[in-house]
Design a protein around this ligand. Structure first.
Ligand code: CMP
Length: 144
């Protein structure tokens, strides 16, 4: 299958009712949704997801925030989805997140930054496995 990325709307994005807006951006760009679920992550899952940040000063608050309410976890598929997805999301630092990006259009807070996107194809594969069962990934092609 073509490249896939794990894209997750964080609790602030769900609470601000940006799920539809965000899905729309990926759909209009031409990417395909292959899996999605609304769920409240466990502390264990959040810690595994953010394992690379373990030990950083923002790690505990980050895990607390991610587990505070439902997130909308998704897998998107298509050409260069990992890198393009990161561009569409925008930079972590609010001052660097350009208008036109999701963070640049909707956020000003480094912690409450609405959305996560895998930073490499390897991270994407790891994160997709962590959040989804293989049988819940739906590959599809338009009927011709
Ligand atoms: P993300 O880029 O998805 O992954 C790491 C997350 O840590 C980041 O989004 C932020 O939501 C969060 N975070 C909180 N505080 C900081 C900080 N000071 N620097 C970087 N990331 C932070």
């Amino acid at each position: 299958h073509p490249e896939r990325s794990f894209i997750m709307i964080k609790p602030d994005g769900v609470q601000r009712q940006l799920i539809g807006e965000i899905i729309s951006r990926f759909e209009r760009r031409g990417y395909k949704l292959v899996a999605a679920k609304l769920m409240t992550p466990s502390v264990q899952l959040a810690k595994q997801h953010y394992a690379e940040h373990d030990g950083k000063p923002f790690f505990e608050p980050l895990v607390k925030f991610l587990t505070s309410g439902p997130v909308f976890a998704m897998v998107w598929e298509g050409k260069d989805i990992v890198a393009t997805g990161r561009k569409m999301i925008g930079k972590t630092k609010p001052l660097d997140s350009e208008p036109g990006t999701i963070r640049g259009d909707f956020g000003i807070d480094v912690g409450r930054n609405l959305i996560h996107g895998s930073d490499s194809v390897d991270s994407a594969n790891r994160e997709i496995k962590l959040w989804f069962h293989a049988e819940d990934l739906n590959s599809w092609k338009p009927v011709t």
